[in-house]
Design a protein. Structure first.
Length: 255
């Protein structure tokens, strides 16, 4: 079938790929990848031959230049499979502009869903998953990071962040300060890999664990929402204020 296929690939363990993803990689007319070498390696592991098919690099730095070629292939009725370096395309990874351009051109866009560190971390963090806000990577600079955290302080949802090992200690310290040290959180590291580890605790506890002791590998930080008791009181206050305001507006209108 012609169209753009956004193909999820493993986040560590090479066997975490779906049969359908392998079918699409085996049959697409054109392959595109954020990192062509890692896609080739993955295809090799699973015995999927590239043969004479083009394998196009498509990443943040060449997207603008590479996009027209992929869109032209789609317009010519070909199927294009795109894989980011790991996990699901568009999830803190390239693919947005490509999918958007294809859809704007009336071309079919299909997902071949599979691994993403976001869902993997959520499934084991032991924090509520009914409402979730994915934040990708926080800004690098301390002031900007604290501001971003401040904006999230009252959000009534579980917060998910991607983080680098080097910044983890500083991020947890800022989070403890800005969001409150008592919040439950989890640091999920090297998911699906040999040294997978998840550490759960309050933000203060986790901040102490990683202070000056950066771990190795890839990391997702999951943080609980603001304490429900506090936000319920806030809600009540806001509701009362709104009600009073509506009443006074109505009274004024009656006069
Ligand atoms: N597209 C990917 C996905 O669907 O999860 C995310 C790509 S983003 C550039 C890379 C970041 O994802 C890492 O820095 C880390 O925060 C997170 N990540 C990816 N693989 C991971 C793993 N195996 N364990 C923990 N975190 C992971």
């Amino acid at each position: 079938e012609p169209g753009l296929y956004l193909v999820a690939t493993p986040i560590g363990n090479a066997r975490d790929i779906t049969l359908r993803a392998l079918d699409i990689l085996a049959s697409a007319d054109v392959l595109a990848a954020e990192d062509t070498r890692s896609l080739r390696r993955l295809m090799d592991i699973h015995g999927v031959a590239l043969d004479e098919r083009p394998l196009v690099a498509y990443h943040d730095h060449n997207g603008e230049k590479a996009r027209p070629r992929l869109i032209a292939a789609l317009e010519a009725g070909q199927s294009v499979a795109y894989a980011s370096e790991a996990g699901t395309p568009l999830i803190a990874d390239p693919g947005f502009d490509l999918a958007r351009a294809a859809l704007d051109g009336g071309l079919a866009v299909t997902s071949a869903p599979g691994p993403t560190a976001l869902a993997a971390a959520l499934s084991i963090a032991a924090l509520p998953t009914d409402r979730v806000l994915f934040n990708g990577f926080l800004p690098n600079a301390k002031a900007a990071r604290r501001k971003a955290l401040g904006e999230l302080a009252a959000v009534p949802a579980t917060l998910v962040f991607y983080e680098s090992p080097k910044r983890l200690g500083a991020m947890l310290a800022d989070a403890a300060e800005v969001l409150g040290g008592d919040r439950a959180a989890a640091v999920c590291r090297e998911l699906t890999k040999k040294f997978e580890e998840s550490v759960r605790g309050t933000l203060s506890e986790l901040s102490a664990v990683y202070d000056g002791a950066p771990p190795k590998g890839e990391i997702v930080v999951v943080i609980d929402r603001a304490d429900a008791g506090v936000s319920a009181v806030d809600d009540l206050e806001a509701a009362l204020r709104d009600a009073l305001q509506t009443m006074s507006v109505r009274d004024a209108a009656d006069v």
